[in-house]
Design a protein around this ligand. Structure first.
Ligand code: ZN
Length: 427
């Protein structure tokens, strides 16, 4: 018989307004990550809820008192998840019951979140497949002695990040660029890249930092898109940690851990354990800030070749994701999603390739000068055609144009063969 692991019962949380009889359930959604599946339920008020599990077959049951179901809840979708389907019912007057049919035993965690724009009250249910601890250890054992770059696409899942006038979401842009950058790094041969998130789900800011530290990474690059009230604001910028802010705000950071992103992303504030706080305070900030600045300058230098800069200097701010990683760490704002023209560009895959290419070349230059990084392989100024490549894609990747590549290589056609060597500008 299957058994549920780590049974957690939360009963009868106090209602914000007990006289208020009708809690409206306004909808729900799923986010699927490698570690967990998250179900979020939107509601009009603080919920009075009870969660319990049943076996044969495995189920999770959520009972919401004094509630009505505004509209049917959507299912978990087609992605791999321990949740097979969602059913709703009314076991007794005024109680809405949500039943999640599971494909096996799970561990779970449930918490209510207060309103955080654009969200109203939310109930969050995190569901972990029971064997998750084992897979995590395997991932750690795989760490090789190479140059590891952690790429951190901002936001995700419940946290869309900035939203443009045409509806483009920062979380998608950030992941698109980071994925392209990941491919470039992994193809290069001398470095290796890993993403803090590889899909549309939220990872806490501390979770991102922890991941980089656990992997003993060599560099950290967070990818974002900017937003401003002023629609005219445009251009990209590169940030590093503010040293002044870091030393004086370290304590502040510990208190400020539920910042805007984490609130939107849906973080259980009560459930966080302060595991890495000590390490942060002890680290060698000077070396880190100096190295981060060198890396940021290299990236800025390449970014200005493919687009406008918002700031020609390396900017400094107290970003949580940069604060605690004791390795060179930069945060790249790839453009303003609130600017009409840049929003359009940021959603364009060729432009994403161009931005990723610029960050890659900056990182590559940094790597050339870093004794910790293996020497460059392959011929300088030569690009070997791979499956799926096109002249326009290569041009975007290397920061050139189709016309320039045609001329440089004396090409009369745009047809490429896999393995073909293309000369590229080696600036
Ligand atoms: Zn952002």
């Amino acid at each position: 018989m299957k058994k549920l692991v780590g049974l957690l019962l939360i009963t009868a949380l106090s209602v914000a307004n007990p006289g208020h009889a009708d809690l409206k359930i306004k909808g729900g959604r799923f986010w699927h990550g490698p570690q967990k599946t998250r179900m979020v339920i939107d509601m009009s008020d603080a919920p009075n809820f009870e969660v319990f599990s049943l076996t044969d077959p495995d189920r999770l049951v959520i009972d919401l008192a004094q509630a009505t179901l505004g509209r049917p809840l959507t299912g978990p979708g087609t992605q791999k998840s321990p949740v097979v389907q969602v059913r709703t019912g009314q076991p007794k007057q005024g109680v809405v019951r949500i039943v999640l049919d599971l494909d096996g035993p799970v561990e779970y965690q449930v918490f209510a979140l207060k309103p955080s724009p654009p969200y109203e009250h939310r109930l969050v249910l995190d569901i972990f497949a029971a064997q998750r601890a084992a897979t995590r250890q395997v991932a750690q054992a795989n760490r090789k002695d190479d140059y590891l770059v952690i790429l951190d696409p901002g936001h995700g899942g419940e946290d869309p990040g900035a939203i443009g006038g045409r509806g483009t979401r920062e979380k998608h842009v950030a992941l698109g660029i980071a994925r392209r950058l990941e491919r470039m790094i992994n193809r290069d041969g001398r470095m290796r890249a890993q993403l803090t998130r590889s899909g549309d789900y939220y990872v806490t800011l501390r979770g991102r930092v922890k991941f980089a530290m656990k992997q003993k990474a060599d560099a950290f690059i967070s990818v974002h898109a900017d937003a401003a009230q002023r629609r005219a604001a445009r251009g990209s910028s590169v940030y590093i940690l503010s040293k002044k802010g870091a030393s004086s705000e370290m304590g502040k950071w510990l208190a400020k851990r539920e910042n805007a992103s984490d609130l939107a992303g849906g973080v259980d504030i009560g459930g966080q354990e302060p595991a890495i706080q000590k390490a942060l305070l002890d680290m060698g900030l000077d070396w880190k800030v100096k190295e981060s600045k060198v890396l940021a300058r290299r990236i800025l230098n390449e970014m200005q070749k493919v687009g406008r800069l918002h700031s020609k200097r390396v900017e400094q701010a107290a970003f949580v994701v940069l604060k605690s990683v004791d390795i060179p760490a930069v945060l790249v704002e790839t453009g303003f999603i609130t600017n009409r023209a840049e929003e359009k560009a940021l959603a364009n895959t060729l432009h994403q390739e161009r931005l990723a290419g610029a960050i890659f070349r900056g990182l590559s230059r940094y790597c050339d000068a870093d004794p910790r990084c293996p020497p460059s392989r392959g011929e300088k100024g030569v690009y070997v055609v791979r499956p799926g490549d096109s002249l326009s894609l290569i041009a975007a990747r290397v920061g050139s144009t189709v016309a320039a590549l045609r001329e440089l290589n004396g090409l009369h056609s745009d047809v490429l063969k896999v393995g073909q060597k293309i000369r590229v500008p080696n600036a």
